[in-house]
Ligand binder design. Structure first.
Ligand code: ARG
Length: 506
């Protein structure tokens, strides 16, 4: 049966007129659907295998549909299948192409016990899980680049800051690995998100399930899902699976923006502690001397996109009534855009970190020049003279105040010794030199998680293991997806070559 009058749309039966061009342009979603073409075809393949296995379509129809879908998949791989905006979305495009390739009467059975509402979330979850793994891979590369550079600088001192003011000496290894540590939580968040994303909504149908005896577990398995997203109404109407990765991405972006900001700041003439490689810096059209940290600045700025897309998605899903609403079509552009942007930023940061030049002399100069060792002097008095910390803080604070007034640094050990003597604490210049030397300070930091050489080396070791574990998890997840794809392919081949489903163990 074809449309006898009115609309030619696949859904055109109850319409007497076609959709206006403006209405079509306004509502078609082919651009946002394009990344999910492969997933949409795979979803249809799994769905019809399941329909066949459950006796909902017969063996001949199954063979014909699978043959047609295999051709569409091949056409897509060969660049011969692209989405036509006239056909609204990816689902209608695939079904229409199937009707061109095989008997439309048979093709028309594919949509039994299924709706675009459960199809679209299935496709999106499938595409999303691949993107999440890609992002985790890129993050692991960045984590590793930070550790690789850091591991060479366990004893390179630089100023540690609070309030952007010199606070205490830290090592470059400690500084860089702090980002790996933060990114590890991003990894964990993305791993948990993946678990929730990788549930199969297919079979929820439009909203209420179906009166056909479908096997949702079979479909889910063929598509590489870890299980079904059981509640049909929830499965088609909820988009927390979009908001959650967007929130993860926003947090990743916030971490990148902090690193980017420090690359900008520390490469200025004033700080002069690092130099960004020429390959990732830009010049000025007028000022010949300029070298601008353009890539770091752009990474910092693109945080806005990641935050914006999260707010966009959250706003869009707020207060939507149950079931599918067309509003939900607007979920994919922000998701893909944020994934693209954040992943590019992660790659950019990896390239910048792996080529970053450090200026240890400048770091040492800064760390010695601005009283960053004062806390250690107070600690020394507590240890050696058994004084309450609060008293030592006052003594050292007074010394720093005097030195500042005299324009002297804390490395003027002779003067510091005199001032200590005034506070009835005799400490030789030589002892002071040992106590206040920035590298010696690094060696004395013994607490777990500190900038101490051993403590930081231990953290780097653990973070390396964690980074490797991430790679292991990513590989395992990839493998599960590849296996599911292969299993589906084998079933398809078997059927197309004339075999029966009953001969297979499903
Ligand atoms: N293009 C739609 C989307 O992305 C697919 C689902 C359409 N469902 C519907 N009832 N019109 O959400």
């Amino acid at each position: 049966m074809t449309a006898q009058n009115g609309s030619e749309k696949l859904w055109g039966g109850r319409f007497s007129d076609d959709l206006a061009d403006l209405g079509l342009q306004f509502s078609e979603s082919t651009a946002a659907d394009r990344p999910m073409i492969d997933e949409d075809i795979w979803g249809s393949q799994a769905h019809c295998i399941m329909l066949g296995a459950c006796g909902i379509i017969n063996a001949g129809d199954l063979r014909a549909i699978l043959g047609g879908l295999a051709q569409i998949r091949q056409q897509f791989a060969d660049g011969q299948f692209d989405l036509d905006p006239q056909l609204e979305d990816v689902h209608m495009n695939v079904e229409s192409r199937l009707r061109e390739i095989i008997d439309p009467q048979v093709a028309g059975r594919l949509h039994t016990a299924r709706s675009r509402n459960d199809q679209v979330v299935t496709d999106a979850r499938m595409h999303l899980r691949t993107r999440l793994l890609e992002l985790r891979q890129a993050l692991a590369d960045l984590q590793q680049a930070l550790l690789d550079l850091g591991a060479e600088h366990l004893e390179t001192v630089m100023p540690g800051y609070t309030h952007t003011q010199h606070a205490q000496p830290i090592s470059v290894a400690f500084w860089l690995s702090s980002y790996t540590s933060a990114l590890q939580r991003d990894q964990e968040r993305l791993a948990q998100t993946y678990e929730r994303v990788n549930r199969c909504p297919l079979g929820a149908s439009a909203l209420a399930g179906t009166s056909f005896p479908i096997d949702r577990i079979l479909t889910a398995g063929l598509l590489g899902f870890d299980g079904v997203m059981e509640h049909a109404l929830d499965a088609v109407g909820s988009r927390d699976f979009v908001a959650e990765p967007l929130a993860d991405l926003a947090i990743v972006a916030s971490n990148l923006s902090r690193l980017a900001e420090e690359l900008v700041l520390f490469s200025t003439h004033e700080f002069g502690m690092i130099e960004i490689d020429d390959a990732y810096a830009t010049g000025s059209s007028i000022m010949p001397q300029k070298k601008n940290p353009g890539m770091a600045e752009l990474t910092r700025a693109k945080t806005g996109l990641a935050y914006g897309r999260l707010v966009q998605a959250l706003t869009m899903i707020k207060a939507l009534p149950s079931g599918y609403n067309r509003d939900l079509q607007e979920d994919k552009p922000p998701l893909w855009e944020s994934l693209d942007s954040v992943q590019t930023c992660v790659r950019m940061m990896t390239a910048m970190v792996s080529t970053l030049k450090l200026r240890p002399e400048r770091m040492a100069e800064l760390v010695q020049g601005n009283y960053a060792a004062a806390t250690e002097l107070a600690n020394f008095l507590v240890r050696e003279r058994n004084l309450p910390f609060r008293d030592c803080h006052r003594i050292v604070g007074h010394i720093v105040g005097t030195l500042l007034a005299e324009g002297q640094p804390l490395t003027d050990y002779r003067r510091v010794s005199e001032l200590l003597a005034e506070a009835r604490q005799e400490v030789s210049d030589q002892q002071l030199a040992e106590v206040l030397d920035a590298q010696a300070i690094l060696h004395r930091q013994v607490s777990q998680g500190s900038t101490g050489v051993e403590a930081t080396a231990a953290m780097i070791e653990k973070l390396r293991e964690a980074t490797e574990d991430n790679r292991g998890e990513i590989a395992t997840a990839h493998q599960a997806l590849t296996q599911a794809r292969q299993q589906t392919n084998q079933i398809i081949e078997h059927i197309i070559e004339g075999g029966e489903l009953a001969e297979l163990k499903l």
